[in-house]
Design a protein around this ligand. Structure first.
Ligand SMILES: *Cc1c(COP(=O)(O)O)cnc(C)c1O
Length: 853
C-alpha cells in the first residue's frame, strides 16, 4: 500500500487533528499547557492517575498524554466523579495561582539564556546552566516577579545519550514534535504569527516566536525552522551547542539581537536586562542600536543608558565555557551593524578585546557583556573572587578584590527537586507557612523533632525507588546495547538493596574528575568487597560531543563497571536528565563531587540532594565552600597540596578512600537493634536543618533583587528620564575625563621618607601630593594611598586604601594630603593613585581609569 502511494506520486497534505476532550476534562488541557503542573505535586498526581505507565513512557509529557488518550478512557475519566473532583480541585488551585499579579511598582526584568532546563519533555537544556535558568523562572513565578524570558526553541535540542557495547558514547538527536510541547504561537493584532528577522551575512533570517508558560512567567522562544528560510538557516535552531564556531556566532546573534527584537515586537520594554552567561551578550548591542537610531542618542550616551540597566552573570572559570570569535568572522556578520551604531570597527571590536589593535586576539563575549553591563556577578562566594581575578585584565591598576564583580550563590527550586515524601513531612512538621519563607531556618530546624524511624523510613523508601529504577533501566539499556543475557542477569543480582549508595552525576567535563575514584582500583576493590558493608556507586552524565576527554572518562567507567569485582557496585546509567537527577538526588545516601579546584563555579546538584536529606562529600569549592558543615557532610580541602595535578588527584583519591573506610562506612553501618544508626540520622537532620534552607531558589531570587535589580532599577530610571538627560551628562563627563586623563601629572610629593626610616606603630603616615590638573575639576579627581603586602612576585594583597583630602587649588595645581595610622606592623608596599570621582558613577570600574602616581 505504502509503495503504491509513492509510485503514483499522489500529492499529500498535512493535517493536524487535535484530540477533543469531553467537556468535564477540558481543564486538563489548560493544565498541561502551563509548566506549573511540573512542580505541583497534586497536578503531577492528577496526570499520573490518568495512565501512569503511559505517562512515564511519554517522558511525563501531559500534552502527549492527552493526545494519546483513547476516547474510551477519556469517557471513563469524564464519568469518574472522584477523578473529576480531583481535577477540579487542582484546576482551582491553578486558577488561584494565576490570578495573582506582581506588585505594580516592581521592575520588569528581561532574562536571556541559551538554555532552559524546565522539564525532560522540553529538550532545551544541556546541564547545570540550563537547569539553573529553569529553576529561576519557576521561582520568579512563585514569587510573583515581573519577569519575561527569552531563548531559542530547538528542534533537536541537546543530544540523548546511548552507550555502545564498547563503552563509546552515541549521540542521538530525535526531533521534538512541537505539537506535543506546551507552547503556543504568538500572534500579532492581525492574527499573524509574530516573526522577527536578523541579518546574517547579508541575508535576512526569520524566526517565529513561541510562548511557553512557566506558571505566571512567559518564556519566548525563537524558531528559525520555518518556510521563509532556506535550509541552512532553518538548521540554526536545530541543536543546542552543536555546530562550529560560526554556527555558534549565528545562534548568538539570533539569541541576543533577535531576542531584543522579539521583545520589542511583543511591546515589552523591560527595566532591567539580565544576561545569563555571555551567550546572549549581543542583546545589549541591539539595545544600543535602539537608543542610537530611534532616540538619536550619541553612541556614548546610549552606552550609559544600556549599562545602567544591565546585569551580567558569569558562570564558569573554565575557558571553554566562554565564547570567543575571531575578528574576521565577526566582521563578516557585524560590520554594517557597527556602522549603524555610528562607530568605527576599532571601537566596535574594542568591546570584546583587551587590545583592539591586536588582530589575533579573539573577541570575547564575556568581555562584551561586562563592558555593557554596570553590574556583574559570579555564582558563589569563591567564584565571585575567581571571576575578579579572571576579569582583572580589563581593569589594570586595580587589584582583583577591588573590582565591582560580586556574587549570588546559585540555588535550586524547592518544589521541583523535593521528593513528595519529604514535602509531605515538611509541610506537616514545619507548617504551610514555610513554603512562602523557605530560607527561614526556624522552620527547617523542626526536623530535629522528627523521630529517627520516620526519617529513615523516607530515606529507605526513596532508595528503594531509585534502585528499582536502576534495575529497570539497566535491563533495558544493556539489552539494547547487546550485552549477553547472563551477564545482565548477574549484574542485576549483584545489586544489593541495603547498600550505602553514593551518586555522582553531572556533565562529564574533564575538570569534574569523574575518574578520580578509580585512581587506585585495588584499593577501591578492597573497600567495595568488604563484606557486611555493601557500597554502590552510581554514575551518570553526558560528555559534550566534541569533548573526547570526557567521553574517554565514560568509557573508562563502563570498563571498570564490567570487571567482576565491581559488578553491581560501580554502575553507569545512560542519558542523564532532569527526571533521572530527581531519582538520584532523592534516592542516594551521599552525593559525591570532585571538581578540580577552583573550577566548580557553584554546582547545584548537591543542593538538590541536601533538600532531600542527602549528605554531600565534595571539594570545598563552589557552593560547598559555603554549605559544608562537619556534622552535615564531608570535605576535600580547598587548598591544593600539589601543583602537579596527577599528584593532587592521587592525594584526593586517597582522602576519599580513607574517609569512606574510616568515617562514612562505620557511621552508616553503626546500627542499633532497630536497624538505625543514630549517628547517621544526626547527619541527615543537620543537612536538612542547617544547609538546605540556604540554597533554595527563593533566597537566590531575593539576593538578585537586593544586590542588583533594585539598584539597577533606580539607576536605570534616573539615567533614562527626560530623554536620557542623565545618561547624556554622564557620557559627556566620562568623555572629558578620558580626554584629559593622560595629562594629569604628579607635580610634587612630600611623603614619609620610607626609603630611610621605619614608621613606628601608632605613628601617622603623612603625605602631601601636588597634582597638575590639566583642566580637570579638582572635585572630579580622587587620590588615595594604597598599602599592600606581597604574596609572591606577581601578587599583592591589598591591606587598605585611604583617600587623600583636597586641601587647596592654586595655578592649576591641586594639593592633596593625608594622615593615616596604618594599624599594621611588618613590611608593606604602598603607592598613590588617582581615579575619576563622581557621585554619578555606580562604582570605580564604571569608568575604569586609574593613574598610579
Ligand atoms: C542539576 C543538574 C545538573 C547540574 O549539576 P552540577 O552538579 O551543578 O554539575 C546537570 N544536569 C542535570 C540533568 C541536572 O538536573
Amino acid at each position: 500500500m505504502i509503495g503504491q502511494l509513492k509510485d503514483k506520486q499522489i500529492q499529500l497534505k498535512r493535517i493536524y487533528i487535535e484530540a477533543k476532550l469531553p467537556e468535564p476534562l477540558q481543564p486538563l488541557k489548560e493544565l498541561a499547557n502551563n509548566l506549573w503542573w511540573s512542580w505541583s505535586k497534586s497536578a503531577i498526581e492528577l496526570f499520573e492517575s490518568i495512565d501512569r505507565e503511559q505517562f512515564i513512557s511519554l517522558r511525563y509529557n501531559p500534552v502527549a498524554l492527552l493526545e494519546e488518550l483513547s476516547p474510551a478512557r477519556a469517557q471513563e475519566l469524564a464519568a469518574d466523579s472522584s477523578f473529576i473532583q480531583q481535577l477540579n480541585s487542582v484546576y482551582a488551585e491553578f486558577q488561584s495561582y494565576l490570578s495573582e499579579e506582581p506588585a505594580a511598582d516592581s521592575p520588569q526584568i528581561a532574562y536571556f539564556s541559551m538554555e532552559y532546563g524546565l522539564h525532560i519533555s522540553l529538550r532545551l537544556y544541556s546541564g547545570g546552566l540550563g537547569v539553573l535558568a529553569g529553576d529561576y523562572l519557576k521561582e520568579a513565578s512563585d514569587s510573583n516577579s515581573n519577569m519575561v524570558a527569552v531563548g531559542l526553541l530547538y528542534r533537536y535540542g541537546y543530544f540523548e545519550q546511548a552507550i555502545s557495547l564498547h563503552g563509546d558514547q552515541i549521540n542521538n538527536y530525535p526531533p521534538q514534535k512541537f505539537t506535543k510541547l506546551p507552547i503556543r504561537p504568538v500572534r500579532d493584532a492581525q492574527g499573524e504569527w509574530l516573526k522577527i528577522s536578523v541579518g546574517l551575512k547579508g541575508r535576512m533570517v526569520y524566526a517565529k516566536i513561541w510562548e511557553l508558560k512557566v506558571g505566571r512567567i512567559s518564556l519566548y522562544l525563537m524558531d528559525t525552522d520555518i518556510d521563509e528560510n532556506d535550509w541552512h538557516d532553518r538548521t540554526l535552531t536545530h541543536q543546542l551547542y552543536g555546530g562550529d564556531n560560526e554556527h555558534r556566532l549565528r545562534q548568538e546573534i539570533l539569541l541576543g539581537i533577535g531576542g531584543a527584537r522579539a521583545l520589542q515586537a511583543l511591546g515589552v520594554e523591560a527595566d532591567i536586562y539580565h544576561c545569563n552567561e555571555g551567550h546572549a551578550a549581543f542583546l545589549n548591542l541591539e539595545r544600543l542600536r535602539g537608543y542610537v537610531r530611534e532616540q538619536q542618542l550619541s553612541y556614548a550616551a546610549a552606552v550609559e543608558a544600556v549599562r545602567a540597566t544591565s546585569l551580567f552573570t558569569t558562570h564558569t572559570p573554565v575557558p571553554a565555557g566562554h565564547d570567543y570569535f575571531h575578528e574576521n568572522l565577526l566582521r563578516d556578520y557585524l560590520y554594517n551593524y557597527a556602522l549603524e551604531l555610528g562607530i568605527d570597527w576599532q571601537t566596535f571590536v574594542a568591546l570584546g578585546k583587551i587590545d583592539p589593535h591586536n588582530h589575533d586576539e579573539l573577541f570575547s563575549m564575556s568581555h562584551l557583556a561586562i563592558r555593557l553591563s554596570q553590574e556583574v556577578n559570579g555564582v558563589s562566594r569563591l567564584h565571585g573572587a575567581v571571576s575578579q581575578k579572571m576579569f582583572n585584565v580589563l581593569y589594570p591598576g586595580y587589584n582583583p578584590e577591588e573590582l565591582h564583580i560580586h556574587y549570588v550563590t546559585n540555588s535550586v527550586h524547592y518544589p521541583t527537586w523535593i521528593a513528595k515524601e519529604w514535602h509531605d513531612l515538611y509541610v506537616e512538621t514545619f507548617g504551610e507557612a514555610f513554603l512562602k519563607d523557605q530560607s527561614n531556618k526556624a522552620y527547617w530546624r523542626k526536623i530535629y523533632d522528627v523521630p529517627a524511624e520516620q526519617i529513615m523510613g523516607i530515606r529507605r523508601k526513596l532508595k528503594a525507588r531509585l534502585l528499582g529504577y536502576v534495575r529497570d533501566t539497566l535491563q533495558e539499556d544493556l539489552t539494547r546495547r547487546g550485552e549477553n543475557p547472563r551477564s545482565i542477569f548477574e549484574l542485576l543480582n549483584a545489586i544489593q538493596e541495603d547498600a550505602l549508595v553514593i551518586g555522582f552525576a553531572r556533565r562529564f567535563a574533564t575538570y569534574k574528575r569523574a575518574h578520580l575514584l578509580f585512581s587506585n582500583l585495588d584499593r577501591l576493590a578492597s573497600i567495595l568487597n568488604n563484606s557486611g558493608r555493601p557500597l554502590i556507586f552510581l554514575f551518570a552524565g553526558k560528555a559534550h560531543p566534541a569533548d573526547g576527554g570526557g567521553q574517554g572518562l565514560i568509557k573508562h567507567i563502563i570498563e571498570v563497571s564490567k570487571r567482576p569485582e565491581f559488578k553491581g557496585k560501580v554502575i553507569f546509567l545512560e542519558n542523564y536528565n532532569m527526571e533521572m537527577a530527581k531519582l538520584l538526588v532523592q534516592g542516594v545516601d551521599i552525593w559525591l563531587n570532585t571538581p578540580t579546584r577552583p573550577k566548580e563555579a557553584s554546582g547545584t546538584s548537591g543542593m538538590k540532594a541536601a533538600l532531600n536529606g542527602v549528605m554531600n562529600f565534595s571539594v570545598l569549592d563552589g557552593w560547598w565552600a559555603e554549605g559544608f558543615r562537619p556534622d552535615a557532610g564531608w570535605e576535600l580541602p580547598l587548598e591544593r597540596t600539589y601543583d602537579n595535578q596527577e599528584l593532587q588527584n592521587e592525594l584526593d583519591a586517597e582522602t576519599i578512600y580513607n574517609t569512606l573506610e574510616h568515617d562514612i562506612l562505620p557511621k552508616y553501618y553503626d546500627v542499633d537493634e532497630t536497624g538505625i544508626s543514630e549517628r547517621w540520622v544526626a547527619y541527615i537532620r543537620a543537612i536538612i536543618a542547617e544547609v538546605a534552607p540556604e540554597f533554595t531558589m527563593k533566597r537566590m531570587l531575593d539576593d538578585y533583587y537586593s544586590r542588583f535589580y533594585n539598584k539597577l532599577y533606580e539607576r536605570g530610571q534616573l539615567a533614562r528620564q527626560n530623554g536620557c538627560k542623565q545618561a547624556k551628562a554622564i557620557a559627556a563627563w566620562k568623555q572629558n575625563m578620558k580626554q584629559r586623563w593622560d595629562h594629569i601629572e604628579l607635580a610634587q610629593a612630600d611623603t614619609f621618607d620610607s626609603d630611610n626610616q621605619a614608621l613606628q606603630t601608632g605613628e601617622a603616615f603623612k603625605a602631601t601630593l601636588r597634582i597638575y590638573l590639566n583642566g580637570v575639576q579638582p572635585e572630579d579627581l580622587g587620590v588615595e594611598v594604597a598599602f599592600f603586602s606581597r604574596v609572591n612576585e606577581e601578587e599583592l594583597e591589598l591591606k587598605f586604601t585611604q583617600e587623600l583630602e583636597l586641601k587647596a587649588v592654586r595655578d592649576g595645581l591641586a594639593e592633596f594630603t593625608c594622615t593615616v595610622d596604618p594599624k599594621l606592623a611588618g613590611v608593606f608596599e604602598y603607592g598613590f593613585r588617582a581615579f575619576p570621582k563622581s557621585e554619578q558613577l555606580a562604582h570605580r570600574q564604571d569608568l575604569p581609569l586609574v593613574k598610579w602616581l
